[in-house]
Design a protein around this ligand. Structure first.
Ligand code: GLP
Length: 243
């Protein structure tokens, strides 16, 4: 596991965007695994700017998103579908049919999970997976206690995640309680993984992650078992390491 500490959020975002651009340059038909949450917003902004400068071509890539809330229609402002359109897809030359996000309002959600896992296996493996991390160590929506052998499934969100997400909704009642997420095993199929964390709220979880213990109580710790993982942090997220 490689650790990269960048001087601030802007530098972190720029670094991760560069990694994605290099991946696409090396292999124009790359499959990129995408994450939501506030942390990768800066990275997507950098990618849009790079596209405007004609430095990157998304026309042949495919994307696979990690997760989606259950019960939010694909045009709900807080859905991850709308998030991805607003942050990236609407601003670059990516083909809509090459973008994949679980459907959180499928009539048969079990079937949707199987379909999504098949998408990962058919167009994958993911060449470069981008991950954020929850304050409780979740990746995608794989909450503490999730099996390391899990595939795409329907998962309940923990109170800590529901509280963390509440800032995006008008009332607590509107905050989704469940999600469809790629499982930990599905994520580990990726050839290369970059996890990014920024800000002091992530400091305790980054300290725990870098302590090296591998436990289902900290889903992100499974990344120690993958051979090509880079953790990119800013000094605020890194402040408790080696203290
Ligand atoms: C959500 C997403 C995760 C993301 C996490 C952290 O739970 N499902 O993929 O990593 O939020 O979000 P943020 O970057 O806003 O802290």
């Amino acid at each position: 596991m490689e650790i990269v500490v960048k001087e601030n959020y802007e530098a972190l975002s720029n670094y991760v965007a560069q990694c994605i651009q290099e991946q696409i340059k090396d292999k124009p038909s790359s499959v990129i695994g995408l994450a939501t949450g506030s942390t990768p917003v800066g990275t997507y902004k950098e990618l849009v700017e790079a596209y405007k400068r004609k430095e990157v071509d998304f026309s042949k890539i495919s994307t696979i998103n990690l997760d989606e809330y259950i019960g939010l229609s694909n045009d709900h402002p807080q859905s991850y579908h709308v998030f991805m359109q607003e942050q990236l897809f609407n601003h670059v030359n990516i083909e809509e049919q090459n973008t994949h996000i679980p459907n959180g309002v499928a009539t048969n959600l079990e079937e949707e999970c199987q379909r999504y896992e098949q998408v990962i296996d058919t167009i994958g493996p993911v060449d470069l997976q981008i991950l954020g991390i929850g304050v409780n160590g979740h990746i995608g929506f794989n909450e503490p206690g999730s099996s390391f052998t899990g595939k795409t499934s329907i998962v309940p969100l923990t109170e800590s995640t529901i509280e963390a997400n509440a800032r995006f909704f008008d009332t607590m009642e509107e905050v989704p309680r469940e999600a469809v997420t790629m499982g930990i095993q599905s994520i580990l199929k990726s050839k290369k993984i970059i996890l990014l964390a920024s800000g002091e709220s992530k400091a305790p979880v980054i300290e725990q992650l870098l302590s090296g213990e591998v436990t289902e109580a900290l889903p992100a710790s499974v990344l120690h078992q993958h051979e090509d993982v880079t953790i990119v942090v800013d000094p605020l997220a890194y402040q408790l390491v080696n203290k």
